[in-house]
Ligand binder design. Structure first.
Ligand SMILES: Cc1cc2nc3c(=O)[nH]c(=O)nc-3n(C[C@H](O)[C@H](O)[C@H](O)COP(=O)(O)O)c2cc1C
Length: 151
């Protein structure tokens, strides 16, 4: 099982969560490629069995700058990911109201449009509630791993 991870981050928190996820998935025996920075060519070349996105939100519900080119290229090239299992860990701050975790939500919606299959409902990590998002993500990551292994 080859898992490709990519992340979008302004201050590095989502990258740290992605690092923890990569470590945990490797420890569970998955083959993991963390694409840093995210690249559509590298994603397609990897021909992954599953995808994991970790993404924060900036501005008024926008994607971090370091994942925007990837997002728009993926949207325009539109490579179908038919039935490809994926998960999204979204980081945000509920204080932003309606735009809470919109960066992760945009990625999630695109992966669904590409016909990927969301394996575990998107995790929303609220910076207003926690200062340990990497630890808080662990149960979700373990659930994601268990579901991947049961495929
Ligand atoms: C300028 C700015 C704008 C933000 N806008 C949003 C937003 O619209 N929605 C949201 O859920 N979180 C928003 N956040 C909160 C970040 O997404 C959150 O702090 C996240 O943990 C940062 O992760 P990062 O270090 O990976 O960028 C914003 C933070 C900053 C500093």
């Amino acid at each position: 099982m080859h898992l490709v991870i990519f992340s979008g981050s302004v201050f590095g928190t989502a990258d740290e969560v992605a690092d923890v996820a990569a470590e945990r998935c490797r420890a569970a025996g998955l083959q993991v490629t963390y694409l840093k920075p995210a690249s559509v060519d590298a994603l397609l070349e990897a021909n992954a069995d599953a995808l994991l996105a970790c993404c924060s939100t900036t501005g008024m519900g926008e994607l971090p700058a370091n994942v925007q080119d990837f997002f728009y290229e993926l949207e325009s090239r539109f490579p179908l990911l038919t039935d490809k299992p994926f998960g999204v860990i979204a980081l945000g701050d509920a204080g932003y109201g309606d735009t809470f975790c919109q960066g992760g939500e945009q990625l999630r919606e695109l992966l669904l449009e590409l016909q990927g299959r969301e394996l575990v409902p998107m995790l929303r990590l609220d910076a207003a509630e926690t200062v340990t998002p990497e630890q808080d993500a662990e149960p979700w990551i373990d659930d994601f791993i268990a579901r991947l292994k049961s495929l």
